[in-house]
Each structure stands twice: as C-alpha cells, then as structure tokens.
Design a binder for this molecule. Structure first.
Ligand SMILES: [Zn+2]
Ligand SMILES: [Zn+2]
Length: 80
C-alpha cells in the first residue's frame, strides 16, 4: 500500500467513525492540525506509515525502530 492509498483508506474509515468532522479538521500539517493525535498526519509524517505516529504514548513503529537502533549501538559498543 502506498502512503497515498493509506491516507485515502484512513480518511474513509474516519469519515465512517463517530466523528464525521474529524477528517475535515485535518489541515495537512501537524503544526496547525486541529486533531489531537491526528491519524492522517501520522500516516503522512511517519517513516513507517503508522497512523499512531502522534499518539500520546509515542509511535509504536518508530519506538520499535529506535529500540533496534539502541540494541545495535549497544552491540557495536561491546565489540570495540
Ligand atoms: Zn491532521
Ligand atoms: Zn512513527
């Protein structure tokens, strides 16, 4: 799925959700976006196309990547 397709699909899902205004509130820029933890901005901005990128607990996809990086760093440090 391309990022564009993901955004389109998400928009369709959100329109069907409890808040039909949700999609319309997205300004396309997280700086000005009216949606808390906007999933549309999340998919667009996350390097892993994760809708929860702006989740208050942090992005699960970016979190895993960061953990792997930390483990690699640790591994390198031990090798040297
Ligand atoms: Zn947004
Ligand atoms: Zn992310």
């Amino acid at each position: 799925m391309t990022q564009e397709e993901a955004i389109k699909e998400l928009s369709a899902i959100l329109k069907r959700g409890s808040n039909p205004e949700y999609d319309n509130n997205c300004t396309g820029d997280i700086e000005t976006c009216k949606n808390d933890e906007c999933m549309i901005c999340g998919v667009r901005d996350c390097p892993h196309d994760e809708p929860l990128h702006y989740h208050h607990d942090g992005c699960p996809a970016c979190y895993v990547e960061k953990k792997i990086e930390e483990m690699n760093d640790e591994y390198k440090r031990r090798e040297n």
